[in-house]
Design a protein around this ligand. Structure first.
Ligand code: MN
Length: 330
């Protein structure tokens, strides 16, 4: 806690003493990444600083209602010079994408994240795996800065927290999370308006794709593991975008008796992204870690090469052996 305070003070020193800031996050954006970026962007601008937001990927349609999202760049100017960069919600600097080496060459790297696997890269790391979201950490930073949280900032931070807690349902939701959310509502974030924008604004193609994905549901290990997948072909057939798959993994997880849910998506030739969710004891962070990925105890992701059947098999075996190892230890 004391170290966190010191880090916050050091970050504030950098903000106050520097002028030109870059803000970035991970590829395959989510609500926490974008909401945290835009909140920080708007605050820095309000402080009279120069700030730019760069993401490798375009902002998903569902997050384009966020104030400031039209200012996000998807390419980096070669000539631009920054005094400092904020890397948000990234357990590793490589998560930024192809521009990671250039981002990493910026003098002051400030790493703000809540992933347990964050290796504290950069010059200053504000890390708290107990925080619900990076948005909650950005909120803490703003409180420490003593800046005025405008309605636009509140909307961004509320969305960050809302989406990373699965609408305040996951185990990362606690008193502090709800208190921060309540303060953001007091600053003008309207829960119903934001919920509609995020959760009740789906393109029809997304539901078509979801129907196909649910049709692939397979159970393993006495129905304690449920796996669904989406291939490029399914995406094409539904006329859907990759971003529509956000949240699909919640469907297998919501089934009675399922302890580990996996969503496998084809991202390249013999190359798959695997999103993992668990409830209770099974630590999907360590399972994803075995494949070079990371995340949190109950939510993690990794990439696995091979054909679809092989990937699913490797994954199921990894979950079972992880559980067996755990029960031996306990
Ligand atoms: Mn996050």
């Amino acid at each position: 806690m004391r170290k966190t305070r010191q880090t916050l003070k050091k970050i504030i020193d950098v903000i106050r003493s520097r002028r030109r800031f870059l803000i970035t996050s991970h590829v395959r954006l989510d609500g926490d990444a974008i909401g945290s970026e835009l909140a920080l962007y708007l605050i820095l601008r309000d402080m009279g600083k120069e700030a730019s937001v760069y993401n490798r990927d375009a902002t998903p349609q569902m997050y384009r209602f966020l104030p400031g999202s039209d200012q996000i760049m998807n390419s980096m100017d070669t000539g631009e010079i920054f005094d400092a960069v904020f890397i948000l919600d990234c357990s590793d600097i490589d998560r930024v994408g192809e521009e990671a080496p250039r981002v990493g060459a910026i003098r002051n790297i400030i790493n703000i994240d809540h992933h347990i696997s964050n290796g504290s890269f950069g010059d200053l790391s504000l890390l708290d795996p107990a925080a619900s979201s990076t948005g909650e950490l950005v909120y803490r930073l703003m409180r420490e800065l003593g800046v005025n949280i405008t309605k636009d900032v509140a909307i961004n931070l509320y969305t960050a927290i809302l989406t990373d807690t699965g609408a305040f349902r996951y185990s990362n939701t606690d008193r502090r999370t709800l208190r921060v959310a309540s303060e953001l509502v007091a600053k003008g974030a309207d829960p119903w308006w934001i919920s509609q924008k995020v959760y009740e604004n789906h393109p029809a193609q997304k539901m078509k794709l979801l129907a196909k994905a649910l049709d692939t549901m397979a159970f393993f290990w006495d129905r304690k593991i449920a796996v669904i997948h989406v291939t490029k072909k399914m995406l094409e057939e539904a006329g859907a975008l990759w971003e529509y798959t956000e949240g699909f993994v919640e469907f297998p997880r919501s089934i009675e008796g399922v302890e580990v849910a996996a969503f496998i998506s084809e991202i390249g030739d013999r190359f798959f992204k695997v999103s993992l969710r668990s409830r209770g004891n099974i630590d999907v962070e360590s399972i994803a870690g075995a494949f070079g990925g990371g995340g949190h105890h109950n939510a993690a992701a990794c990439r696995i090469t091979g054909d679809l059947e092989g990937v699913r098999k490797q994954l199921v075996e990894a979950v079972i052996s992880n559980a067996a190892e755990r029960s031996r230890r306990d």
